[in-house]
Design a protein around this ligand. Sequence first.
Ligand SMILES: NC(=O)c1ccc[n+]([C@@H]2O[C@H](COP(=O)([O-])OP(=O)(O)OC[C@H]3O[C@@H](n4cnc5c(N)ncnc54)[C@H](OP(=O)(O)O)[C@@H]3O)[C@@H](O)[C@H]2O)c1
Length: 238
Amino acid sequence: MRPHIICHMGTSIDGRLHPSRFTVPAKGISPDVLRGHYERVHDQFDADGWIVGRVTMCEMAKGTERTIKDAPKVERKAHVGTRNGRKLAIAIDPKGRAHYGKDNVGGDHVVAVLGEGVSDAYLAELREDGASYLFAGSKGDDLPRAMEEIAALFSVKTLLLEGGGGINGAFLKRGLIDEFSTLIRPAVDGVAGSQCIVDYHGPEGDRPGAGQSLRLTHCDVLEGGMVWLRHAVERAPD
Ligand SMILES: NC(=O)c1ccc[n+]([C@@H]2O[C@H](COP(=O)([O-])OP(=O)(O)OC[C@H]3O[C@@H](n4cnc5c(N)ncnc54)[C@H](OP(=O)(O)O)[C@@H]3O)[C@@H](O)[C@H]2O)c1
């Protein structure tokens, strides 16, 4: 069985993704208070780990590519490093582009979800780092299978999906989001085309949320005017 997946994101009132582009807080509202809500709510969930897309993980992981010569040919099967009870930092990285240089990101154990086409040298680099990895099919896009395997290998019950918009869109399309936790800042971006917190890239006319409905389960106004919404994702009525 796959884990319960909560998409936890911070956004402006127009659903945009990049805080650096948002209007500044109104007079008397502390930017630090607004920023602090995200991690506080994140910690409150006490999830077993978090998931991000490859682009976001590349911004977070500070490793550089190493050339591992004569890497052995290995079967494309999961490799589990030493977790030591830590939470999981999961990257959806079909082509193996993120580099870590260690077995953790911010103290959480790295798990790379890969396509089977990644090189043996990249897999050797991950093993040398002490990271874990598994495969989501030949192209790395079998997300349901990857989530089930993560649940089985690491005994996880709940995971936070934390962007960016591209990977959130892919999870929505696969019906893998059970809940949205959205922190809405009193701010606006306003520019057409700025990335959104759910940004599905698929064929024209495709509707990634088709067959699903959202039910509001929680609404709270936090210090500084941040609004915290929680929505359960349900199967749409017939
Ligand atoms: N406001 C916030 O709270 C927040 C949170 C997180 C991130 N961010 C920001 O969001 C930006 C990144 O967002 P993003 O949407 O460009 O990237 P992303 O969601 O972080 O990563 C997208 C990448 O994931 C990989 N991927 C694997 N399977 C996929 C699938 N089925 N569909 C789509 N992608 C798949 C692809 O990697 P390959 O290209 O290698 O194939 C794709 O390019 C960053 O600038 C980050 O700072 C903001």
